[in-house]
Design a protein around this ligand. Structure first.
Ligand SMILES: Cc1cc2nc3c(=O)[nH]c(=O)nc-3n(C[C@H](O)[C@H](O)[C@H](O)COP(=O)(O)OP(=O)(O)OC[C@H]3O[C@@H](n4cnc5c(N)ncnc54)[C@H](O)[C@@H]3O)c2cc1C
Ligand SMILES: *[C@@H]1O[C@H](CO)[C@@H](O)[C@H](O)[C@H]1NC(C)=O
Ligand SMILES: *[C@@H]1O[C@H](CO)[C@@H](O)[C@H](O)[C@H]1NC(C)=O
Ligand SMILES: *[C@@H]1O[C@H](CO)[C@@H](O)[C@H](O)[C@H]1NC(C)=O
Length: 627
């Protein structure tokens, strides 16, 4: 059954195997749900001539790249080429609850980490899976849709590190500029924007677990609030990048409405393998990419802007001779055009999943069988029902634990994400596959629960949102097609592990409230494989369990760190120019000097909005609503 479902989905989703772009576009368009939004539609594919010139070349049509393409083509005399390795989004990627499933398709680059000493130890292959989008919209097509900006001090920290222009007061206008908030009570908020390209909504579906979650928060003394507003600490319903119950990816938001602008060209299924940099003048002059086994070079009259993400941008810089000299020498990449610490400062959010909470009533939770019901599918066609839950998430909480190194108690160090279902209810095995949980693990932990009980389970997962541990991305070879070696180093700093245990304790407090005890909610207590010898529910037990099955929340950032030009850790300057190279910028998740205490998509969109204005300003373009 499970393999049949996989096979069907892979054939259906990965139309990439057909070589005809027109066939592909037709197919994708056909399966778009009705009624169609007039702003949405298939982005036409363009294949540039070899040596064709553009004013700007944007590499990667992800969260950031789609914003850049939109804002740069607002200048009519600028001809812009957007290059993307993947193809179109489709019917399945629009369904918010299917987020996990997309990582099993070729829309995912399919990176894995190197073996981690303190995380993912009991997962398939003993490595952490690192899904990244390879599709128009990038990781905003794979992601769980959660729209969360972080704490003001996260950005004030960036400014304090010497990055002029990046304090919260200076970047808040960019968050608002992108935004079209559809949540009535937030439309008047000074923290939200109306009329931007990116739709922010609540899922129209109200999970039966939402009320208990809200009440649990109140019992514990937390407010139910807008965590993108004045204060972050508290409980809330997730805000999502969603339009009428469907995913509003970066390409739906920023690219599709402008797909016919004459000065914008988009080339799909085109993988950039090298940035062309003149080693004498240290100026980027263009890029080389592969499209259907054809090698094409294109030239940039003004700038090349990298938006290939925290993995792609760092890798591209290094294969093109920009990176740590010792590392490039080791791989035989010469000359080193600029000796910069590319790949260092890799930061991410790790989450502990695998626990399941059992509730003594049916109909409260989601599982893959209920998601497959025809009634649920019919509701989705009208933009409603449980399929619209963003990645299955029904509640978020931000808390400050006793291990926090922030004196400021308004800054959270743990986030709790409540999922409307759980791994235990994952009969088909899609969630398992995403997490890297093996069938053997699943049956060892959950077979003691009867099927009917497994269907009535849900999760609350703690996320470590202020980690100290820092990883590093290195090349495996000088060839871009070889996936890099990614050392995440989760929990290398012991305080991170202790904080995560505190996160588990916080979840237990939530479950222990009257609001959840009304349903006799309890933790499933079969110990995790490898931790059986430890006393269940002791700190030692959780430490072990966390190291066995913690996974990434897919927020890798920081590999091309932004810092002042004279700071030795700087890869890009506060104007996002690659330090020491002309005509080359990076504007995506990789420039973050420190990861914000939030999901990262909103911050990436903000970075791209600001980058567009920096570029316009540097080329003397007046910016009407320049902030
Ligand atoms: C499974 C998953 C769940 C997530 N959940 C959330 C969430 O709920 N909320 C949230 O805020 N964030 C979430 N994130 C994180 C968020 O989506 C990312 O931080 C964000 O999308 C990164 O944006 P980016 O522009 O830096 O990179 P990406 O969006 O990854 O874009 C990079 C683009 O560049 C393309 N590319 C790369 N290399 C090349 C090349 N050589 N040639 C051509 N094209 C190239 C890629 O194909 C891709 O389209 C999640 C991520 C994942 C993967
Ligand atoms: C928003 O503000 C306007 C003008 O101040 C007011 O008329 C309106 O009622 C407010 N709406 C909400 C939802 O608070
Ligand atoms: C890189 O690897 C790919 C796939 O293995 C191969 O087709 C390509 O020729 C290689 N490129 C170089 C420059 O070696
Ligand atoms: C669920 O558990 C609660 C608390 O133990 C109990 O009061 C309630 O009757 C139970 N409900 C069902 C349907 O078993």
């Amino acid at each position: 059954m499970r393999w049949f479902v996989y096979l069907f989905c892979i054939v259906a989703v990965d139309a990439q195997m057909f070589n005809s772009q027109r066939f592909l576009d037709f197919w994708t368009d056909l399966f778009r749900p009705l009624p169609r939004n007039p702003h949405e539609g298939i982005v036409p594919d363009y294949t540039p001539e070899n040596q064709e010139e553009f004013d700007f070349i944007v590499v990667g049509a992800g969260s950031a790249g789609c914003v850049l393409a939109n804002r740069l083509t607002e200048v009519p005399q600028w001809k812009v080429l957007l290059i993307e390795a993947g193809g179109n989004e489709n019917f399945f990627s629009d369904i918010p609850i299917f987020a996990a499933f997309l990582s099993l398709t070729p829309m995912n680059w399919g990176y894995n980490s190197m073996p981690e000493p303190k995380a993912c130890r009991d997962l398939r292959g003993k490595v952490c899976f690192l899904p990244r989008g390879r599709v128009l919209g990038g990781s905003s097509v794979l992601n769980f849709l959660i729209y969360q900006r972080g704490h003001p001090e996260d950005y004030n920290d960036w400014a304090r590190m010497g990055n002029a222009g990046w304090s919260y007061d200076e970047i808040l206008p960019y968050f608002k500029k992108s935004e079209n908030v559809g949540i009535k009570e937030l439309q008047n908020s000074t923290y939200h924007g109306v009329g931007g390209y990116l739709n922010i909504e609540y899922s129209p579906y109200r999970s039966p677990l939402e009320n208990p979650f809200k009440q649990a928060g109140e019992e514990l003394g937390y407010k139910w609030r807008d965590p993108n507003g004045e204060k972050v600490i508290g409980f809330s319903k997730p805000q999502a990048t969603m339009r009428k119950g469907r995913r509003c990816s970066s390409s739906k938001a920023f690219l599709e409405p402008i797909r016919f602008r004459p000065n914008l060209k988009v080339t799909k299924f085109s993988t950039v393998t090298k940035i062309l940099i003149d080693p004498l003048t240290k100026t980027a002059v263009g890029v080389e990419f592969m499209k259907r086994n054809k090698r094409i070079q294109v030239k940039a009259r003004r700038e090349v802007v990298l938006a290939a993400g925290a993995i792609g941008s760092a890798q591209l810089l290094m294969v093109s001779g920009v990176g740590p000299k010792d590392h490039l020498d080791e791989l035989g990449i010469s000359p080193t055009i600029a000796d910069l610490p590319v790949g260092y400062n890799l930061q991410d959010h790790v989450t502990f999943s695998g626990n399941a909470f059992i509730i003594n009533q049916t109909g409260m939770t989601m599982n893959d069988m209920s998601a497959a019901s025809p009634f649920v599918a019919a509701a989705y066609m009208t933009g409603r029902g449980p399929l619209t839950l963003p990645g299955g998430a029904a509640g978020l909480a931000f808390v400050h634990t006793k291990h926090s190194q922030d004196v400021d108690t308004s800054r959270p160090d743990i986030e709790l994400v409540m999922g409307a279902g759980s791994l235990a209810g994952d009969a088909i095995g899609i969630l398992r596959s995403l997490l890297g949980i093996t069938d053997d693990w699943y049956w060892r932990v959950y077979s003691s629960l009867p099927y009917s009980v497994r269907q009535n389970t849900f999760v609350i997962n703690p996320v470590l949102i202020r980690p100290n541990s820092v990883g590093r991305l290195m090349l495996r070879s000088p060839n871009f097609t070889d996936h890099p070696r990614i050392h995440l180093n989760y929990f290398a700093d012991n305080n991170d592990l202790q904080t995560m245990i505190e996160g588990v304790r916080m979840v237990q407090k939530v479950i222990g409230t009257k609001a959840f005890q009304r349903y006799g909610t309890k933790l499933h207590t079969t110990p995790f494989p490898g931790c059986e010898s430890l006393l269940f529910d002791s700190d030692e037990y959780w430490e072990c369990a966390i190291m066995q099955t913690s996974i990434t929340l897919d927020h890798q950032v920081g590999t091309c760190k932004m810092a002042p030009a004279d700071d030795p850790s700087s890869v890009v300057t506060p104007r996002l120019q690659v330090n020491g190279i002309s005509g080359l910028r990076v504007a995506d998740a990789s420039i973050m000097p420190r990861i914000p205490a939030a999901h990262t998509h909103a911050a990436v969109v903000m970075i791209a909005e600001k980058a567009s204005d920096l570029i316009k300003e540097d080329w003397g373009i007046p910016i009407d609503n320049f902030i």
